[in-house]
Design a protein around this ligand. Structure first.
Ligand SMILES: Nc1ncnc2c1ncn2[C@@H]1O[C@H](COP(=O)(O)OP(=O)(O)OP(=O)(O)O)[C@@H](O)[C@H]1O
Ligand SMILES: CC(=O)N[C@H]1[C@@H]2OC[C@@H](O2)[C@@H](O)[C@@H]1O[C@H](C)C(=O)O
Length: 392
């Protein structure tokens, strides 16, 4: 199947020493299965990509395993923590949920396992994605690539966003000729500017990527706190409200927006934004938080080296017509869901980690100065193989 176990050349940590690395010794496409549990804490997305780590040859089946209310509460309780019993419980939950979700897939060569980000502080304590890739490899009998972000952070990068190298491959897949942007609107927003005239994603100028600000997380949190609902479905609440410009101006005055990209965020970095809309009615508050997401994107778009020909939107936010309309009003180019070009906006992140897993296994970089601000090219990730005793 084109995947041969070998030892990783220079283990850098105890974590890596206990693992056996893999290299993919063929240039042929492999069937990689990627899994992502995003900042919205809704569930596990999983999807297959056929790739050689450069080109996309095709997209395979996909699946979704929702978290129960209890599981969601357990994950939420561990957010922002770096260690302790809640983190351990969250890690076990994530490993178990992924084992369930991924066991449904057949004839897979390699698994890319992102895990769940609990805390992200690239200029401080680092970045923490929980979930045991080694345990998952054992449970599924498949090689698993995981811990994608730590090496980038260790080398001075933001550790996020990491989907941009995949977005570059998607731009080639759709045969884009003009610069374009991919915009992911999950709990946090992130933007990738791609210039498809370059041959390789790591070429200087091919990619610029960064987090744009909070996307749906503050809206979800406010909906939960005030109305006991997980989201503003279809923008129904925001539609009846008005954006409060004073709050919007205070939001845009946050130092994050003055920073040059690349830059990244933790889910709860802007949690206090809810305080800015505390006095507003439900609909005005939700409209204002929705407007903040759009304003962060519009502000970020100013960093694009050339005007993009279009913005392709992925993630749950593309389902919110009020948010999409706000983006269309504030951006100078067409704003369309990725489905317009035949991609799957619910699965793009899972597909990204399938693609990145193959790059890691082949020793190819997964981030560069334009995507995470890292000084050199980094191919982060641990590769855990099957049938290897875990060192105590
Ligand atoms: N029909 C809808 N109307 C409005 N908002 C929606 C709709 N569907 C999804 N969303 C929003 O999208 C969110 C989920 O988006 P997504 O699954 O892309 O997030 P994620 O992948 O967990 O986050 P991230 O990309 O930050 O890791 C929901 O929490 C909700 O706020
Ligand atoms: C630290 C972390 O998990 N960041 C996520 C989060 O969710 C969206 C945004 O913030 C992005 O930076 C990243 O995820 C995507 C998949 C990425 O790495 O490209």
């Amino acid at each position: 199947m084109g995947v041969t176990p070998t030892h990783k050349a220079a283990p850098k940590s105890v974590e890596q020493e206990r693992c056996v690395g893999l290299t993919i010794k063929t240039n042929k496409a492999v069937r990689a299965l990627g899994a992502m549990s995003g900042t919205s804490l809704d569930g596990v997305d999983a999807a297959v990509v056929e790739t050689d780590g450069h080109r996309i040859f095709g997209f395979g089946e996909s699946g979704y395993r929702a978290y129960s209310e209890d599981e969601r509460a357990q994950l939420r309780a561990a957010l922002g923590q770096w260690h302790g019993p809640q983190v351990e419980a969250a890690a076990e939950l994530i490993t178990r949920a992924h084992a369930e979700a991924l066991s449904e897939f057949e004839a897979v060569d390699l698994i890319g396992f992102h895990g769940q980000t609990l805390a992200h502080e690239p200029r401080g304590r680092g970045t923490l994605q929980v979930g045991d890739g080694f345990g998952l490899a054992q449970a599924l009998g498949q090689p698993v690539v995981w811990d994608f972000r730590s090496d980038d952070v260790a080398m001075g990068g933001e550790g996020a966003p990491l989907a941009p190298f995949f977005h570059f491959a998607c731009a080639k897949w759709i045969e884009a000729e003009e610069p374009l942007c991919f915009l992911n609107l999950g709990g946090v927003g992130n933007l990738t500017y791609v210039d498809p005239s370059f041959d390789r994603p790591e070429a200087p100028g091919a990619l610029l990527a960064f987090d744009t600000g909070p996307a749906n997380a503050p809206v979800d949190d406010l909906m939960q706190a005030r109305l006991g609902l997980p989201m503003d479905r279809d923008g129904a609440v925001a539609r009846g409200g008005t954006v409060e410009t004073g709050a919007l101006e205070l939001f845009l005055a946050e130092p994050f927006f003055a920073r040059m990209p690349p830059k990244s965020l933790d889910r709860n970095d802007f949690a206090e934004m809810i305080g800015l809309v505390q006095e507003l009615s439900d609909s005005d508050a939700v409209a204002t938080l929705t407007g903040m997401c759009a304003a962060g994107v519009a502000q970020g778009m100013e960093h694009c080296p050339k005007p993009p020909s279009r913005v392709l939107v992925t993630g749950g936010g593309r389902r919110n017509p009020v948010l999409m309309e706000m983006l269309r009003v504030s951006l100078d180019c067409p704003v369309e869901p990725v489905e317009t070009v035949g991609l799957d906006g619910d699965m793009l992140e899972a597909q990204a980690f399938a693609y990145l897993a193959v790059r890691v296994a082949r020793g190819l970089p997964t981030s560069c100065p334009g995507t995470t601000g890292v000084q050199a090219l980094v191919g982060g990730g641990i590769v855990s193989a099957v049938s290897m005793d875990r060192a105590s």
